[in-house]
Design a protein around this ligand. Structure first.
Ligand SMILES: [Zn+2]
Length: 169
């Protein structure tokens, strides 16, 4: 089932998500829905808070379904390694219509549980490293807009407020 994606301003997006205690049928159903919702958007990643569930879960597929092995499920993820630096344009399904350049590490290793609850570890460089960071931020209640400084950030926030007032957000 495709779930609605919350937008900037919804409280669930701005709060820290809780660890998953047990992979219940509800959690498994949530994962299935998150994968479907990510591909339908389409997006390269989706975190549970984006569909209104404050749990530490994200899904990523930088191939957007083109690579049959591209899908990565991370439950209770943690960084093992974060190094290097990259500067690229970034967007977010919860901040539609806005993009900005965000500084991120260029190489990361993330460990967590897969959909079956088995521990796994994945390494990412370039876009995958960026996607891991971006989704991990969602679990800590942080959106890419908060990585921006000064004028750029103020401009996006002001435009979102204006759209919200007009009932278009
Ligand atoms: Zn996002």
């Amino acid at each position: 089932m495709i779930r609605p994606i919350l937008k900037y301003g919804d409280s669930t997006l701005h709060e820290r998500a809780a660890p998953v205690e047990q992979i219940t049928t509800d959690v498994d159903r949530l994962l299935g829905d998150m994968i479907e919702t990510m591909y339908a958007a389409p997006g390269v990643g989706l975190a549970a808070p984006q569909v209104g569930v404050p749990l530490r879960i994200f899904v990523v597929d930088v191939s957007v379904g083109r690579d049959p092995n591209g899908l990565i499920v991370m439950i209770n993820p943690e960084f093992v390694v974060r190094d290097g630096m990259q500067l690229e344009e970034e967007g977010c399904l919860s901040v539609p219509g806005f993009n900005a350049t965000v500084v991120r590490p260029s190489h990361v290793v993330v460990k967590g549980l897969d959909r079956d609850g088995e521990p796994h570890q994945r390494e990412g460089t370039g876009l995958l490293a960026r996607a891991f960071q971006h989704e991990m931020d969602h679990l800590d209640g942080m959106l890419f807009v908060e990585h921006l400084r000064g004028v750029k950030r103020d401009m996006i926030v002001r435009k979102i407020k204006k759209l919200t007032r007009a009932g278009k957000w």
